[in-house]
Write a protein that binds this ligand. Structure first.
Ligand code: SF4
Length: 368
């Protein structure tokens, strides 16, 4: 158990190892609290190597908290496109607006103030407060819980709030003056040595001399995690509806999965061609040709979408416009492909289909 293990013996070896082995990452240049914040939010669901180019682009466009607070939401989502989990960046913007209103645009300097901002939990607040402001607070995430549960051979369930709190309290007691470096050392050991998938690299670990899991070869069963609930599977039919150089987009509801984002029109269940053509006509469009696209799968945290797709070429909308508003229902819009590329963030769930019209990174695969 961590509470009966003398964690203080871990501090010096971890710091020495960190100073020799730390990776040179862009957010480690200086101690800019905004940069640390941006990187920590991006890193929540994405690997370091993948985050780096996004981080540079984000910081170029939005170099400070004020710029983030004022940026138009659609462009912000476009900047985040590819990272997914868009609520993270929406919450960042809300927090930035609070910081501008209440703290003059400067990140507040204490853990308590930082953790009270929208979308900033104990881990991110601990990382910002310790790395940028040297406050002696822990930053406990899944990596830290994994490595400490191994060192101390602690078999409590790390997904339980009570375990997280207990581990955080134990780390707080041994937190050195170099608190930011120590927190980063824990993160780095978790990322490079005591890795989540695959065998830990105990021969490179600064804690091999005292690690119980290494001595007893028990690391395979640690950390203990309760089994996650099986994801719900949803079948959907995704439609790539084109009129020459334009494509039909819908906007998702303001709440729920992928809230408020633009999307390719899609309907529940696996539809056959005739049903798709009926749907297209119901939108006031005239289908000319229909072609089946490959199946695709996208995994969200609690849901899996299993998708079937069709590309439908429709008659030029201008040629049968009957009113000033056009024939489309208000929840759809027809947008030039070049404009979609520049201004609209389409969730990666649709990537397999947007590839067919060069909206994602791949080349255009197929047209009529
Ligand atoms: S010695 Fe091995 S099991 Fe123990 S913390 Fe280090 S890498 Fe993990």
């Amino acid at each position: 158990m961590i509470d009966t293990f003398d964690l203080s013996i871990l501090v010096e070896p971890a710091l020495n190892w960190f100073y020799e082995n730390k990776r040179d990452l862009p957010w480690r240049q200086g101690r800019n609290p905004y940069g640390i914040w941006v990187s920590e939010i991006m890193l929540q669901q994405t690997r370091v190597e993948a985050v780096i180019p996004y981080y540079h682009r984000f910081m170029e466009h939005l170099p400070d908290i004020k710029a983030l607070a004022e940026y138009p939401e659609d462009r912000l989502l476009k900047l985040w496109e590819g990272l997914g989990y868009y609520n993270r960046v929406r919450n960042m913007q809300k927090a930035a607006q609070v910081i501008v209103e209440q703290y003059g645009g400067e990140m507040p300097k204490t853990y308590e103030e930082i953790v009270s901002l929208p979308g900033i939990g104990p881990y991110t607040a601990g990382a910002i407060a310790s790395i940028a402001f040297s406050e002696r607070v822990p930053a406990v995430d899944g990596n830290v819980l994994r490595i400490l549960s191994r060192v101390a051979e602690d078999d409590r369930d790390i997904l339980k709030e009570s375990t997280k709190k207990s581990v955080a309290a134990s780390i707080k007691q041994i937190m050195p003056e170099a608190s930011g470096d120590f927190n980063q050392a824990l993160m780095e050991i978790g990322a490079l040595v005591c890795i989540p998938n695959g065998e830990p690299k105990c021969d490179q670990c600064p804690w091999q001399f005292c690690c119980k899991a290494c001595a007893n070869k028990s690391y395979d069963r640690l950390p203990v995690k309760t089994k996650a609930k099986a994801r719900r599977i949803e079948e959907r039919t995704v439609l790539l509806i084109r009129d020459g150089e334009k494509i039909l987009l819908g906007k998702r509801p303001a709440k729920g999965l992928l809230a408020g984002l633009y999307e390719l029109p899609n309907v529940p269940g696996y539809q056959i061609k005739e049903e798709v053509l009926t749907f297209v006509r119901e939108q006031g469009l005239v289908p000319l040709q229909i072609k089946e696209l490959p199946e695709a799968k996208h995994i969200f945290s609690h849901i899996e979408w299993h998708m079937k797709g069709y590309m439908v070429q429709v008659a030029d909308v201008e040629s049968y416009h009957v009113t000033a508003e056009g024939p489309l229902p208000s929840d759809y819009l027809l947008v030039e492909l070049s404009q979609v590329q520049k201004e609209f963030a389409i969730p990666t769930a649709f990537e397999k289909y947007t590839e067919f019209v060069s909206l994602s990174h791949g080349p255009e695969k197929n047209t009529f």
